[in-house]
Design a protein around this ligand. Structure first.
Ligand SMILES: N[C@@H](CCC(=O)N[C@@H](CS)C(=O)NCC(=O)O)C(=O)O
Length: 179
C-alpha cells in the first residue's frame, strides 16, 4: 500500500504527486501545509534542499523571493508559506462553508475551528501548539481546552500517522535541532 505522504525525493512512486514542496530538511514553515495535506489524505512530494546545495546560490537566485519554501501544484508555482496554505485551503475546500465562515477563518487565521468543519487555520494553530510543547514541555498543562484541542486533532487517523512517521519524528523543528 503506498504511503500517503513522502518526505524524500527517493519515493519514486510519488513522482506523479500533484504537489511538490521544495524546502530544507526541517518541518519549519512547511509543517502546517504538510499536516493539512496528510490529514486531508493528499499525496505530495518533497524535494529536500541541503544547506550545501542552497549555499551554491542558483536555487536561491531562482526563487521569487530568495527563500524557501517553494510549492508546485501542477504548473502553478507558489512562494510564501501562508499564501501556499491559503491556496490549499481554497482548493481543498478548507476555507469555511460559506463566505461568512471564510471571512471568519481569515480573521482567526491561527485559531479555532470556525463553524462545524475543519479549516486551514486549524493546522496553523496546531503547529504552533505542538512546537510550544516541544520547546516548553508542560506549557499547556494549565490550559485544558487547548490540551484537549491538540489531543483531539492529533488523534485524527491520517494526521496521527503522519506525525508518528519516522520521516517526521526524526526531523528537528528547525535549525535549533529540537524535536
Ligand atoms: N515569509 C516566508 C519566509 C520564508 C523563510 O524565512 N525561509 C527561510 C527558511 S524558514 C529561508 O529560506 N532561509 C534561507 C535564506 O534566507 O537564505 C514564508 O513564510 O514562506
Amino acid at each position: 500500500m503506498p504511503a500517503l505522504f513522502c518526505r524524500r525525493r527517493l519515493c519514486l512512486h510519488h513522482n506523479h504527486a500533484p504537489y511538490t514542496i521544495v524546502y530544507f530538511p526541517v518541518p519549519g514553515r512547511c509543517e502546517t501545509m504538510c499536516m493539512l495535506l496528510a490529514d486531508q489524505g493528499q499525496i505530495w512530494k518533497e524535494d529536500m534542499v541541503s544547506m550545501e546545495t542552497w549555499l551554491q546560490g542558483s536555487l536561491k537566485a531562482s526563487c521569487l523571493y530568495p527563500q524557501l519554501p517553494k510549492f508546485q501544484d501542477g504548473d502553478l508555482v507558489l512562494y510564501q508559506s501562508n499564501a501556499i496554505l491559503r491556496h490549499l485551503g481554497c482548493s481543498l475546500r478548507l476555507h469555511g462553508a460559506d463566505q461568512r465562515e471564510a471571512a471568519l477563518v481569515e480573521v482567526v487565521g491561527q485559531a479555532f475551528i470556525v463553524g462545524n468543519q475543519i479549516s486551514f487555520a486549524v493546522y496553523n494553530l496546531l503547529d504552533l501548539l505542538l512546537n510550544h510543547q516541544v520547546l516548553a514541555p508542560g506549557c499547556l498543562d494549565s490550559f485544558p481546552l487547548l490540551s484537549a484541542y491538540v489531543a483531539c486533532l492529533r488523534a485524527r487517523t491520517k494526521l496521527k500517522a503522519f506525525l508518528a512517521s519516522p520521516e517526521h519524528v526524526n526531523l528537528p523543528i528547525n535549525g535549533n535541532g529540537k524535536r
